[in-house]
Design a protein around this ligand. Structure first.
Ligand SMILES: [Zn+2]
Length: 223
């Protein structure tokens, strides 16, 4: 059996149109000549999230795969998919935005897509540093997933997590290094209330984003 070798210059970015995954898109463009995006549709709180992802993909002229993962909402009666629920932290420290196995499923499908498109590299903006409390965003899980994906398809995939050990301030610094701080500041969607750019300023996602940005701008101003 002859096997096609994966394209070492090609990467698939798991993409939501938020600050983190958009930073990953530009990181990928810097390191790989061919970049494609995959966005998972699973009953997000706001359709705006999909529209933002589509718009960024278009503006950056990258191929965008939109995959229907609506089955997730059958399994997860929680704040991300039930539009009338408030977002709060549960007693065990895991936010009620937690969708069990979400990242496991996303990376599996990203891997299947990488196989189909012959991309060796898979990039995800997961991060252990911001204490999101999601177990499938931890470095140990990603390493395990990398082995599993490679074994399952008999291909040498490489999963990259450029943000794994960065806090929000350092993620802003990275986007500035990549020359896209303003783009990410104004074009991405992090806000739980679906407001692009600076957001509503009130939800936990906006607080985290603004705190990191202010800390970075302060530090930058002092240099
Ligand atoms: Zn907000």
């Amino acid at each position: 059996m002859t096997q096609q070798t994966l394209n070492n210059d090609k990467a698939i970015v798991v993409f939501s149109g938020g600050q983190d995954s958009t930073t990953c898109l530009f990181w990928a463009k810097k390191h790989f000549s061919e970049v494609e995006l995959v966005t998972f549709q699973y009953g997000q709180r706001h359709d705006t999230e999909i529209k933002v992802a589509q718009q960024i993909a278009e503006e950056q002229n990258v191929k965008h795969h939109l995959l229907d993962m609506s089955l997730l909402s059958q399994l997860t009666p929680n704040a991300l998919t039930q539009h009338d629920m408030d977002i709060e932290e549960t007693e065990d420290g895991v936010p009620n935005t937690f969708v069990p196995a979400r990242n496991l499923l996303f990376l599996s499908f990203a891997g299947a897509l990488a196989y189909q498109t012959n991309a060796k590299h898979i990039i995800t903006g997961v991060c252990e540093t911001d204490f999101s409390g999601y177990p499938d965003c931890r470095d140990s899980f990603i390493k395990s997933m990398n082995v599993t994906l490679s074994l399952s398809m008999d291909k040498d995939f490489v999963i990259h997590t450029p943000l794994m050990w960065l806090d929000k301030k350092a993620t802003w610094a990275l986007s500035d290094d990549l020359g896209v701080l303003d783009y990410i500041r104004t074009k991405t969607l992090t806000c739980y209330n679906g407001i692009i750019g600076e957001g509503c300023g009130k939800c936990p996602a906006c607080h985290l984003r603004a705190r990191g940005l202010n800390a970075y701008l302060e530090e930058k101003g002092a240099r």
